[in-house]
Every structure is written in C-alpha cells, then in structure tokens.
Write a protein that binds this ligand. Structure first.
Ligand code: NAI
Length: 453
C-alpha cells in the first residue's frame, strides 16, 4: 500500500516522486521506458548537448571576427552523439540516486490503472497489483502525426524521424527536410545546419517560432537564413513518397528530395492504455483537464506535465508536480501560468516570458512597448561582432509594471528567469530601477529599457 503512485517518470513524475518521498509519503514511481522521460532522454537535455557543439563550431567559424584564427574547424557528429549519450546517462543516474535518497520505489515497466476499491487506486505493473491512496498521472506527450499520405510508412521505415530518432542519427543527412518551424524544428535546423546538412524547413504559418513575438521571430529567421537554412512558409506537406516530399505553396505543388525528414509539428498528451477510463478520469482530446492544484475530476487523482495539455514545457511540469504534492500534503499552493519562460536554444537564442503585445491587447491591458537593440549592453557589443539582438519590454501602464519580456541575443536563456521574477512578483518599474545589475552584462538591457520610458 502506497500513499502515492506516480505513473510516468519524466520531469513531472520524477519531481513529484522526489518531493513526495522527501515529505515522507510512501511513493511508487512507475516508468515504462527511462527515468527522466522525453526531456532527459530524447528532448531538452540531449538536444542541448548537440546545440552546444553547434555553438562551439559556430564561434570557431566566426573566430576571425574576434581576432582568433582557427584553421580547420570540423564538427564530428559521431563524437557529439557519443558525448550526448554520456550526458544523458549521467543525469539519469542522478535521478535514480535522488529517488533512492528519498526512498521512492521505482518500477521500470508499463502501468495500467485497473480500478478503485475501498483502499485506494489499483494499478497493475508487470502482472503485480499495487494500491495507492493517491494517484498522479504524468504520462507526458507524443508527437502529433497528421494524416499526410505516405507519412506513416515513412516513419515506420525510418526515413521520417521524430525528436527521438533525430537525436541518435549516426550519419548527418546531406539534405534534411523539417516539417514544422516550431521549437524542435528550429533547434534541430540550427544543429544539423552546423553539422553540414542542407536544411529546409516547411512551415504552415507565415512565420516561424509559433507564438513568439513577431519581430523577434523575424530576426531569428533572418539570422538562420544567413547560415543557409531555407524556409518554405505558408507551405503544407501533401505527401511523402520514398525520398520525395510534396508540398503545396500558393496553390502550387512543389517537390523536394531529401535524405531524411524530421516531423516536428507539435505534441499531444499521451493517455492511451493508461486505464483512465477504468476509474472515470475525464479526458479532453486525449489530455486530462486539471484544476489549479492539479486535481482531475476524480478525487485523489492528479495529473501534471504535458499530459494535461496546458503548457508542454518541462519546467511547467516540475512546478505542476510540486503543486500536486503540496495539495496532497495539505499545504497551500496553486499553479500560476502567467510568467512561465520559454526558450529556443538556437544561436542567437530566443527567450520570452509573459504577455506579447498581441496577447496583452487581447486582454485589454493598456500597454507600452519599449524596444532596444542589444547593443545597449557594453558586453553584448564586446562579444557580438554582427549581433542583431533585440529586447522588447511590455509594460502595463495602469500599474506601471512589466507584463512581458521578449529577447533575442546571447545569454537570454539565462536572463529570462529574472524577467519572470519581475512579472510574477509584480515589481513596479520604480522598484526595478532601484536594483543594481552587474556590469558589464547583457542583462543590464532589461534595466536600461526602463529608463527609455
Ligand atoms: P511546436 O508547437 O513548437 O511547433 C510546431 C510547428 O509546426 C508550428 O509552427 C506549426 O505551425 C507547424 N505545423 C503544424 N502542422 C504543420 C504541418 N502540417 N505542416 C507544416 N507545419 C506545421 O511543436 P514542436 O516543435 O514539435 O515541439 C513540441 C513541444 O516540445 C512544444 O510544445 C515545445 O514547447 C516543446 N519543446 C520545447 C523546447 C524548449 O523549451 N526549448 C525544445 C523542444 C521542444
């Protein structure tokens, strides 16, 4: 008998188990593949190992702009993949150690919810039955696979890849076609471009990077195009037949021949086979609706992470998991979504938090936008020869506080939490102006922007 059974060992599941175990709850964590889930094994972390190699390569290629001449720059993809595997291994063992430390029982097998009886929720795993007083469903998400003719077969025969397989490719494809110009598509476009592929991104919308601020999206596109990445916007893939990808653009059907295709058009909640119907947990288009403390419609059953279909980011999943555990422990807490940062780890990086101009206007917020080039930062100028970095700060004029920050440039992934903190804590502009920022840093541009009002 467990206080809590967690199904799924990704960022939501393992953090929930760790926090629950730490608080003294008898916890069972069941994961069918690898601890760490998609984020650690085939998403956020391995892609960062690849992208770091690409950035080192990129710096070396442009070393002459800074007085550093490197004669023979070569990105050894095989070595990068080997190192990535080691990084993942190290971090997975780190999670195992944390589970042990917090006395969490781990099962590596598939779990199915069978029923609810007088003692709790009955879960079957590897032909054994386990009972939990509480249940946390953290089964994550899977790639969206649209009904494009030939796509299913292409995925089966390994010509088309998802985020899982693209991170394990042994050979760099000469020509790589990416369907979807969102986060995964752009990060992989950047890496494989540095690794030597001719990359074409086919995107349905008239812009890349989805809901990102439009001006920043344009700066990113220009910068990636300079590196040789080709974008086909407002284009729809109509068929994949062997190595030929057909797509429709402005009413015309075009064809591309590639060595590999990456499918990255979004992800959807993964709930098939979990047995949610056996205890009456409601789903909405596969995702599990939850309230502000992570409760589903069934008392005692919680859901966190991508499976609730809300934010689909690992860091959101962490926090959602903590809120669920706090609720189980009777601690006051609730999930807030207004200041969740999002990052695209290309070079230059993109980082955003809070409202965009569009979303703020839709909510009727009286905004003022301050826009500054990153060259307002001395460090940025010293370190970026042809940088086109940009920061946009969105202010709520009524309350004189920041409601959104959008940046493209160096270090922005590490700066964005500060902007999130300002939004979340509702700091007034005057309060921020009184803070001392380190100099010279790129983050000074946030403060500097506020003196432009
Ligand atoms: P995404 O939602 O970021 O982007 C999908 C893109 O595909 C959109 O631009 C969409 O317009 C386009 N699209 C949709 N259907 C299409 C079609 N039939 N043809 C052409 N384009 C089409 O999804 P993505 O990149 O697959 O990422 C999945 C999830 O993983 C996201 O929720 C993302 O937040 C998360 N992720 C986060 C990362 C980060 O935080 N750095 C890194 C990678 C993934």
């Amino acid at each position: 008998m467990f206080d809590l059974i967690v199904i799924g060992g990704g960022p939501a599941g393992y953090i929930a188990a760790e926090r629950a175990g730490h608080a003294g709850l008898k916890t069972l964590l069941i994961e069918k593949r690898n601890l760490g889930g998609v984020c650690l094994n085939e998403g956020c972390i391995p892609s960062k190992a690849l992208l770091n190699a690409a950035k080192i390569y990129d710096y070396a290629m442009h070393g002459r702009d800074y007085g550093v001449f490197v004669d023979a720059v070569r990105l050894d993809h095989k070595k990068v993949i080997e190192r990535k595997a080691k990084v993942v291994e190290t971090l997975v063992s780190g999670i195992k150690a944390k589970m042990k430390k917090n006395k969490v029982t781990i099962l590596q097998t598939e779990a199915t919810i069978l029923e609810r009886n007088s003692e709790g929720f009955v879960v079957e795993a590897a032909s054994e039955k386990y009972i939990g007083k509480h249940l946390l469903v953290a089964t994550g998400s899977i790639p969206v696979v649209p009904g494009i003719p030939g796509l299913k077969k292409s995925l089966e025969n390994g010509f088309t890849l998802t985020n899982r397989e693209i991170l394990d490719l042994i050979e760099v494809p000469k020509k790589l076609t990416i369907i979807g110009g969102g986060v995964i598509g752009l990060e992989m476009a950047y890496y494989y471009n540095c690794a030597g592929s001719q990359v074409t991104v086919i995107e349905m919308l008239d812009h890349i990077a989805g809901p990102t601020d439009q001006e920043i999206s344009r700066v990113l596109k220009k910068s990636l195009e300079k590196k040789g990445i080709v974008f086909e916007l407002e284009a729809k893939v109509t068929a994949i037949e062997e190595a030929t990808i057909s797509y429709e653009k402005q009413g015309k059907v075009n064809q591309l021949v590639a060595d590999k295709v990456l499918l990255s058009i979004g992800r959807r909640a993964s709930t098939d086979g979990v047995g949610l119907e056996n205890i009456g947990v409601e789903t909405n288009r596969g995702a599990i609706p939850t309230d502000e403390v992570g409760r589903t419609n069934i008392s005692g059953v919680y859901a966190a992470g991508d499976v609730n279909g809300k934010s689909m980011l690992a860091h959101t999943a962490y926090r959602e998991a903590e809120v669920c555990i706090n609720h189980i422990l009777g601690k006051k807490d609730r999930m807030r979504y207004s200041a969740i940062p999002a990052v695209i780890y290309t070079y230059p990086e993109v980082a955003t938090v809070g409202e965009t101009e569009e979303s703020a206007k839709e909510k009727g917020i009286d905004i003022k936008t301050i826009k500054l080039p990153m060259v307002y930062s001395g460090r940025y100028v010293a370190e970026n020869e042809k940088g086109e970095g940009l920061i946009k700060v969105i202010l709520d004029q009524k309350y004189n506080r920041i409601v959104g920050v959008h940046m493209i440039g160096s270090y922005v992934s590490e700066m964005i939490y500060g902007a999130g903190l300002m939004i979340e804590t509702e700091l007034r502009v005057e309060d921020i102006k009184e803070l001392v920022f380190p100099h010279p840093t790129v983050c000074e541009v946030i403060r500097e922007a506020l003196f432009e009002i």
